[in-house]
Design a protein around this ligand. Sequence first.
Ligand code: GRF
Length: 193
Amino acid sequence: MVKLIGKNKLNIAIFISGKGSNLNNLIKFSKKKSAINIKMVVSSNKNAGGLIFAKKNKIKIIVLNCKNKSFNEKKLLKILEVNKIKLICLAGFMKILTVNFIKNFKGKIINIHPSLLPKYKGLHTHKRAINNKEKYAGCTVHFVNKNLDSGKIIMQKKIKILKKDTISTLAKRVLRLEHQIYPRAVQKIVANL
Ligand code: GRF
């Protein structure tokens, strides 16, 4: 196991598009005795609520110009390289990374998804799970590959779907699980580098 202290902490970029509760949670985790340094937040949306957490914590922000389908990937890859980013954590990032980007980024890319993969890839996971009368819901941290929500699973956690659950109560309960496992999954990856 590599011990990462002070300036030798692993540089991470978090990619977001929305409210950023996972980002905020990972920032808090990085400030504890963790081996990570959140060096940059990349957003596909200039109005993403989560940017407030980056600003508050003085973390560099990159907003992608997504009018362009491939948002100048080459430039982004260069920025990641210059900033020595070794791990990208997708946290509610609503753009699909291209094969080219995944192939050319020199570190690892992981994502958190609000379902028990391989079930319910894509959107509206809670609605589909409730409609299908699933007994369990949950979340998964996985490596990103060229197929949506399909890379190797790093960590999963499940909860029972309650009779009284609505899409919104289930989403809230699963989000709490996400906040538990995303830091743990990051820690696991860093420990195995
Ligand atoms: C989470 O449910 C995550 O699993 C999914 O998008 C949501 C992002 O939430 N990929 P937040 O922006 O981190 O609050």
